[in-house]
Write a protein that binds this ligand. Structure first.
Ligand code: IMP
Ligand code: MG
Length: 177
């Protein structure tokens, strides 16, 4: 396993992108009716922390959901969701914040679970999108970067729980040791 020498997405690009997404989201939710951000653990934590710091939407509530579907660089197909007890969003507007849309299985399971809690509306924001990998059709209303089929780490994204704390996004080459 080897990290790319240079980041695929550098710090300045991430900062610009987060600002753009925050502007787009605020334009939709700036009416004072509030929003619940449902942040998907663990991968979206760094992105969500940056995003909410510049998100001018009030009142803003924050909840978390935990999803697990990967073993190394392969999606295992089965999605395990751990919903924290306080996912009561009936009648509220919800925005799910994801790290990456890959096959779409995890996000589909998350959106279904939240739908069951009867929100007033439900949208999706993802930092990264790998459209060529999609198995289940799902689209995000707010997309940071659309990327080719690379396995990426850093800025919250992991390979076997490593690399999440890197401040930029790198490609991990599984063929190199
Ligand atoms: P999906 O269910 O296949 O869409 O997978 C989504 C989840 O897989 C994400 O929330 C990530 O945790 C993980 N994942 C997918 N692609 C990558 C990647 O390139 N790097 C790190 N994690 C990834
Ligand atoms: Mg992961």
């Amino acid at each position: 396993m080897r990290l790319s020498e240079r980041p695929l997405i550098a710090r300045t690009e991430i900062d610009e992108c987060v600002k753009r997404l925050a502007r787009d989201i605020a334009a939709r939710y700036q009416d004072g009716e509030g929003l619940v951000l449902v942040i998907v653990l663990k991968g979206a934590t760094m992105f969500a922390a940056d995003l909410m710091r510049c998100l001018d939407v009030h009142p803003l509530r924050i909840e978390y959901i935990r999803a697990k579907s990967y073993d190394g660089t392969d999606s295992v197909g089965e999605v395990e969701l751990i919903v924290l007890p306080d996912l009561s969003v009936a009648g509220q507007r919800v925005l799910v914040v994801e790290d990456i849309l890959d096959t779409g299985r995890t996000t589909t399971a998350i959106l279904k679970t939240i739908e069951g809690a009867r929100p007033a509306s439900l949208e999706l924001c993802t930092l990264l999108d790998k459209p060529s990998r999609r198995v289940v059709p799902v689209e995000a209303q707010y997309v940071g970067f659309s990327i080719d089929d690379h396995f990426v780490v850093g800025y919250g994204l992991d390979y076997r729980e490593e690399y999440r704390s890197l401040p930029e996004i790198f490609v991990l080459d599984p063929s190199n040791d």
